[in-house]
Every structure is written in structure tokens, then in C-alpha cells.
Design a protein around this ligand. Sequence first.
Ligand SMILES: *Cc1c(COP(=O)(O)O)cnc(C)c1O
Length: 496
Amino acid sequence: MKYTSTRDSSVRVSAAKAIAAGISPDGGLFVPCEIPVLTKEDISLMCDMDYPRRAAFVIGKYLDDYTQVELLEACRAAYSPEKFGDEDPCPISCILPNEYILELWHGPTCAFKDMALQLLPRLLAMAVKKEGISDESVILVATSGDTGKAALEGFCDVEGTRIIVYFPNDGVSKMQKLQMTTQKGKNTGVCAIDGNFDDAQNGVKKIFAAPDVKERLSAAGMRLTSANSINWGRLVPQIAYYVSAYCNMVAGSEIENGDEVNVCVPTGNFGNILAAWYAKKMGIPIKKLICASNANNVLTDFLSTGIYDKNRPFYMTSSPSMDILISSNLERLLYHLSGDCMEVKGYMELLGTSGRYEVSENIKELISTDFACGFCTEEQTAATINRTFTDCNYLCDTHTAVAVHVYSEYLSKEKDGRKVIVASTANPYKFADRVYAAVTGEECEGGGFEIMDRLNAITDADIPVPLSELRNAQIRHKNYCEPEDMVSELYRMLGA
Ligand SMILES: *Cc1c(COP(=O)(O)O)cnc(C)c1O
């Protein structure tokens, strides 16, 4: 299986090369030249497998330059019960007769990015070896909170890698700071920046672009890489959990193999829902993909009109991981639907210059067969958390609530008797203050452990171990620097 670029059809690379490189030199994203197929028999076979086997099977269809032994070993290590608390890292929970919640947040940081970031480092380490690169990979991340911690956990003690995270000292929550500064691992480095997120991000961009940094690290046997959400190695693990969720529904006799289901996903960067689209195209019987947005509803408008326009107000919502105006993974969908990299390149150029483009009639029509969409206001998010807790005795976080609400709106418009899998992307304790306010109607200032304890006192939901452990965790990273000293701090942390 070869990969091409969304912006240059002459590109042909192996999966390992696509993962090691991250982004194509033409600025496009790597996409598989064809989408592999799963038959009904494959699904039956997978019903009898555990999660790591299912994941290795699905991922192996895309990464055919990795052996099954390599993939299975990586998946066993990534999705171990020690890290996810159970044999099944992403169980489903039925909250209404036709409505199932796919819990993607049982990993070490209690949010769905663990599902990808636990596996990516292993895929990357193998890719680098296959490409004949002997240098250690140094992953640099600037974070506004959650991604940094998920990357630290994912790369922690993965051989051949080092991970360095910069965060704005006053730009992350108390809990997020604690999560990062208590990070274990011989190969991890964390540094607070005296500045905001943009300062941290610009500093990292400068480091990536500096020839002298590259040279000095190379002399020390190291090379810089990024692990951001456009790497194919982050998307492919996500396809596996939609396949596995379907298998769980069949194995649990909720549906027959072959029955159609719907999938509803709270979306920001379009990565998670695109993974569900790949699962559908592989042959998983998914009827509609329902794209759920918060008040930043650029995708709702795009999917319903074909016009993408990022020129609009930006809202800071209670579902911050979806506060995004440029959904970078959408480029992959546009490529697959048009099959024309020049067309995609044109849209992306327009997005860069005017922030707006309109897709062809052909793409609009294809979108309307696969997708439905909707958005959820702040009031509706809180009301949904409250209603789901009261009526279904299920506590969901703010991001998940967006999807639950959008699906209920979809149902009120469409007479659709199919079962739905709603992707749940964070544990409610991760956003305890908003969830507490939604359940009780009372605002509670202060945040931190006190609010988690209060939420715990009024619900059956347990505080997840990775968050409660932070109460007594030892601070291991005390690095702090000015934005202009990020490079020297990098050399110091790496010993280069
Ligand atoms: C990242 C994130 C999302 C959005 O996922 P995309 O792949 O960017 O669409 C939703 N919920 C949570 C909790 C997240 O961390």
C-alpha cells in the first residue's frame, strides 16, 4: 500500500516513510492511495479477538510494510490493561434503547487523544528504523494543555525517542500544569514558558526552522520530529476503535453482523470523525456520520452548504478541545471525495489567502450522502449533561454532551430507527467544574481536587485513578524560561 499527498499526486511513499516524515514536502497530507476493505467475514473473525488483535488487524491493512508481529506487539503495549484499566480500552455503554456511548477516555490522560498517542510513538520508532535513520527522534510540542500531557504519556520511555514539551506558565489550568510537571520517564522534558501559548508555539516553530539547531542536534545523534494531529500515524489508530465498537455491538448481540448503525462524533480538527469515515469506506455498515460542533460551528456550515468560511467570531466554550476554526484533517476528506489534488490545492490556497472556499457540486453531493451535522450552544451543552445524568444516570463531559445533543436534534428531524454509537472523548472529571455546574446549577470556583470531590459526592462516577493520583504526585519538572531562551533550555534538557 502506497501513500500519496493531498496536494501532489506524483508522491508515492510507504506507510513508514509517511509516518516518519509527518507532512509531505509540498505541504499536503499523506493519504492512502486506496482504502482497504474489511469483509463481513473479517468482522466475524474480529468479534472473537481482543482489542490489540483487532487494532493490529485493521491497522495492518494500511501499514502493510509493518509485520503483524510488530503491530500486535505495539498494540499490546499501547493498549495494556495497566494503561487503560481493563482488557477493553474503549468499552461501550448503552444509555438509551438505541443509543450507545463509545468511551474513548480510559487511557492515562482521561481523554481520547490517548487512543492515538499511545500507539503513534511506537509506530514512529519502527518507521524511523525501517527508513534506516539511526538518530534518536526528539519530539517537540508546544501545548495549551491536553495534547502535551497525552504526548508525554505516549512517548514516555519509548526507546529511540525523547519528548520535550513547552507550556505557557499562566496559560494552562492548575490540573493540566500538575499533570505535566509530575510526568515520569527517563526521556521526558517539560518546561514552562514566561509567556502565552503563541510565544511557546512560535518558539517551537523557530526551533524547527533553525539550521544551527538541526546541525548541533545531528552532531549529538538526534533529529527533531513533531507528533501533531496531521500525522497519518495518529489517524490510523483511530479507525480501529470504530471497527472494534461495531464488533462489540455484534458480539454483544446488540445488532446482527451487517446491520447499519449511525456514528456521532464531537469534532474540532475533523480527525476523529474522519477516522469513522475511513471505517465506513472500509465496509463497516455505518449509514450516517453525524458531525457535532460547539458554538464554533464552521463545520456545520460547511457540511450543510459546501462553503468553508473561517472569517467568523471565535468563541471560548466549555468544550475547549473543539474551539477550532481551521479543521486541518478536512483536507484528507476533500482529497478522497474529489480524487483531484489540484482541486484540493486550490481550496487550501483560498483558505490561506481569504479564509474561505466553496467546494464543487460533486463534493457537496458526496458529503450529503455520508454526513449529517449540527451544533450545540453553551446552554444546550449544560442542559444535555443535566438531562443525561437525570434521565439515564450517565455522567458525560462537555464534549460528549455536544454530540449527545446534536444526535437528539438529528433524531427529531429524521425518522431513523438505527442504533447510534456516540463517541465520548473525555472523562467528565477532566472538566469537573463545568460538569458540576451543569448537574447542580451552581457555579463553583476554585477548580482542582475540591470540585472533583464535590462531583464525586453527588454521582456514582468514580474519580479516575490518573487524576486522583495527582494529589500526592511528586513534582519532577521545575524548568522555567523566557521565550527567547527556549533553544538553550532545549540543549540543556537533552544534554546536547
Ligand atoms: C481533541 C479533542 C476533540 C476533537 O477531536 P478532533 O479529532 O480534533 O475532531 C474532542 N474532544 C476532546 C476531549 C478532545 O481532546
